[in-house]
Design a binder for this molecule. Sequence first.
Ligand code: TRP
Length: 349
Amino acid sequence: MTNDIILTGDRPTGQLHIGHFVGALQRRVEMQNSGKYKSFIMIADAQALTDNADNPGKVRDNVLQVALDNLAVGIDPDKSTYFIQSTIPELTELTFFYSNLVTLARLQRNPTVKSEIQNNREKFGASVPVGFLTYPISQAADITAFNATVVPVGEDQLPVIEQTQEIVQKFNNTYGETLVMPRGVLAENENARRLPGIDGNAKMGKSLGNVINLGDSADVIATRIKTMYTDPTHLRVEDPGHTENNPVFTYLSVFAKPEHFAAFLPEYANYAELATHYERGGLGDVKVKKFLNEVMQETLRPIRERRETLARDPGEVMEILRQGSIKAREVAAETMARVKKAMKLDYFG
Ligand code: TRP
């Protein structure tokens, strides 16, 4: 055990996909299983509502979907505290107090929020909800309520963590050393940090329609891979190919293990050999995609099977979250008491 505490979470706005898997979930499970950390994993339903206020049914349904995804990849409620954000009222209380320590200009400059507003142009128009603009403050509450030192996130979330760090600094300077300073950590594999979409778009996203979901059937996976974007200049098998900006190769570099080569493509020992041959020319896309399909089927089958088993008993999944939420609330309440004391709001002892 180190003294590190992990807090991380997902917005329940849709099923999780392989981009989430390599960008966050795998690392989350590894860290949980290392036994070195205390870990809190949160379903950020309140944060999801900041840009889905008109669609509570969607958020509600996806709480279960996201829980199934996490449990299926190996989140273990005996090792991690798995809970629902909105069940912890202290998080909104902290948000209210932290909002005095953040300027409007700083929020408007936050690169994550800026690009998310940009991406939601059609939905928001000129009317960005206050709750959305200020979600980094609420995220600072999430992180600090559990005294998190380590926050595993995707690359796009780093500016939000930076803003949390500023809030912690400001709080501690103003009211005395109270909050724990967190740091963000990324997935290790360069390519894995942001998995491109199957269409070659730099980002995989539900709204872009270029995802492979963790719960997708074997048929859907196979079809998705068949339609994947590859090197458009690689017209004949003999032509030299490009592995850069070629999502088929990016996925292989992330998912293909030596045992996959041994089982399905033994003429190559590893990714480097395959990529070299493609770049030299003489290796066809159909063969490469067929191999990628084997790799993805092998990787996703056990996850899908666990997911299906869990999905048969949603009551059991909700019970896991209920118990996790009770445990999480105790920790948040302790932090709340310290915060109120530091802010001289501890009126009645
Ligand atoms: N904003 C995160 C996301 O995009 C979700 C989230 C909410 C989160 N609260 C958090 C992540 C706290 C890490 C820590 O998906």
